[in-house]
Design a protein. Structure first.
Lengths: 247, 230
């Protein structure tokens, strides 16, 4: 318990809130890098993901990329880029962009693919153009999953940006590495607490927006019971016992 | 390349250390998350609570968790045990949702039939629910294997030896080949364990060996016949 109090005391210490390398500065850097990386990665990955989801072509590529890159150790990628590009921000930004692309691609692809084919056929049948189908049918319906992809990509960027303080002088991760170097547990714990709070707040915001982007029509018609519907048509012979599944 | 040939011993040793860190974490998280997933599947309230908790846990950046964990567990930041605990927690966060889905995927008809022919609740769990949830559980396990092996390298920055040490050492000494060797070894190890899990799945769940269409048919028609022999 003492350790936690020391960490909190470090975070609340006014000396850590002013000057060079203060908490507000590091927090700002962390958020700025996260925003820059997210913007670059989204500009690359989202159009490709949308294209794959809409046309259904190149699905294997999307699946392979998002699955295969999970195995890639982030620290190794950071170290490699750090070695190639030297000290500075370009190495972490490039590494972070590469690591953020798979979840974004998967989110866009999965979101567009989740749209019922019959809905898309209906849209085409009533005379919508491909562009309209993408913008007015697939995008609104797939948006919750797409935002989910952006959510996991953002969390990953925040986490990896913490680690990237190992190769560059920025972000909340500096407190952790400085604390590790000087054996100052209060500092590294305080830094960790800030990172955790940041991640949870961002996650909460995304969870909320993921709910808000569900189209009103979908929300209204969504059946109250999403899971454990009968797999096969049932004969209407009274209520079967719901044994095994509380509803 | 010359770096690799003169340091094969080191890489081999680190592969073993890496295995010793990640395999216990993978097994622990699987064993712990199956009952949690079942609980999440069983009741509606527990599903919301447990899955939200796992979501929060998964949102916590790994490095921060590694540093903050000792305040709860009492282990040192520098201790390998601390890393294993952190990896286990992440594994649980990843796999609980999948294992809840796995139990959801067991058809209600099958479950009711099992009860009808006299399975007790416990017997049905071991004899029907668990085997039928097996293929989806395996897919969750495979995700955990790959992410755990990759994540274990992060311990290197807090001083826990693993294949990640090749990254920190290679960066400090400016040896590109060392970092690349570390990346390849990590990915290779993940693929090897993944392959082992698939193989284990085939041995334990022989009815899934025939591919997807066969499995569908078995689940729908002959699933319980297979289950009895388990």
């Amino acid at each position: 318990m003492n350790l936690i109090l020391e960490g909190i005391a470090w975070v609340l210490d006014p000396a850590n809130w002013t000057g060079v390398g203060s908490i507000p500065q590091r927090l700002g850097e962390h958020l700025l890098i996260t925003a820059i990386v997210l913007a670059i990665a989204a500009a690359i990955a989202l159009p490709i993901g949308v294209l794959i989801g809409h046309t259904g072509r190149g699905r294997d590529l999307a699946v392979m990329l998002s699955g295969g890159l999970r195995a890639l150790p982030t620290l190794g990628v950071l170290a490699l880029f750090g070695l190639w590009l030297g000290i500075g921000l370009s190495a972490p930004i490039l590494a972070l962009v590469i690591l953020a692309i798979p979840p974004l691609l998967a989110g866009a692809y999965a979101g567009f693919e989740s749209v019922d084919r019959r809905t898309i056929d209906s849209a085409r049948a009533v005379g919508m153009r491909e562009r309209q189908i993408v913008g007015k049918v697939e995008l609104p319906l797939g948006l919750p999953i797409l935002v989910g992809g952006i959510r996991s990509a953002t969390l990953q960027i925040i986490a990896t940006a913490t680690l990237a303080a190992y190769i560059a002088d920025f972000g909340l991760g500096r407190f952790i590495f400085h604390g590790l170097k000087t054996r100052d547990y209060a500092e590294m714990l305080g830094g960790s607490m800030l990172v955790i709070i940041l991640a949870l707040v961002v996650d909460g915001c995304f969870a909320l927006s993921q709910r808000l982007v569900v189209p009103a029509g979908v929300r209204a018609t969504r059946s109250p019971e999403l899971r454990s519907g009968p797999a096969r048509p049932r004969a209407a012979v009274g209520q079967p016992s719901t044994e095994g599944n509380q509803e | 390349m010359s770096w690799l040939w003169s340091n094969l011993d080191l890489v081999g040793e680190l592969i073993l250390v890496h295995l010793a860190l990640s395999v216990p974490a993978i097994i622990l998280s699987f064993v712990v998350s199956v009952p949690i997933g079942w609980l999440a599947h069983r009741y509606r309230w527990s599903r919301g609570v447990l899955l939200s908790l796992c979501g929060l846990l998964y949102a916590i950046p790994s490095l921060a968790l590694l540093i903050a964990l000792p305040t709860v567990t009492g282990f040192s930041v520098l201790s390998p045990v601390n890393l294993v605990v952190a990896l286990t927690l992440y594994g649980i966060a990843v796999i609980v949702r999948t294992s809840a889905d796995a139990f959801d995927a067991v058809e209600r008809d099958v479950r009711q039939s099992a009860t009808a022919i006299g399975y007790s609740e416990v017997g049905r769990f071991w004899g029907v629910d668990l085997p039928l949830a097996g293929p989806v559980l395996l897919s969750g396990l495979r995700v955990v294997i790959v992410s755990t092996v990759s994540l274990a390298t992060i311990g290197a920055v807090t001083g826990v030896q693993s294949l990640g040490s090749l990254f920190t050492d290679g960066l400090q000494r400016g040896i590109e080949a060392e970092i690349i060797a570390g990346i390849i070894a990590t990915i290779g190890l993940a693929l090897l364990l993944d392959w082992a899990a698939v193989l284990l799945g085939r041995v334990l769940m022989p009815w899934t060996a025939g591919g997807r269409t066969a499995r569908r048919r078995l689940l729908v028609t002959g699933g319980s016949g297979q289950v009895e022999s388990v």
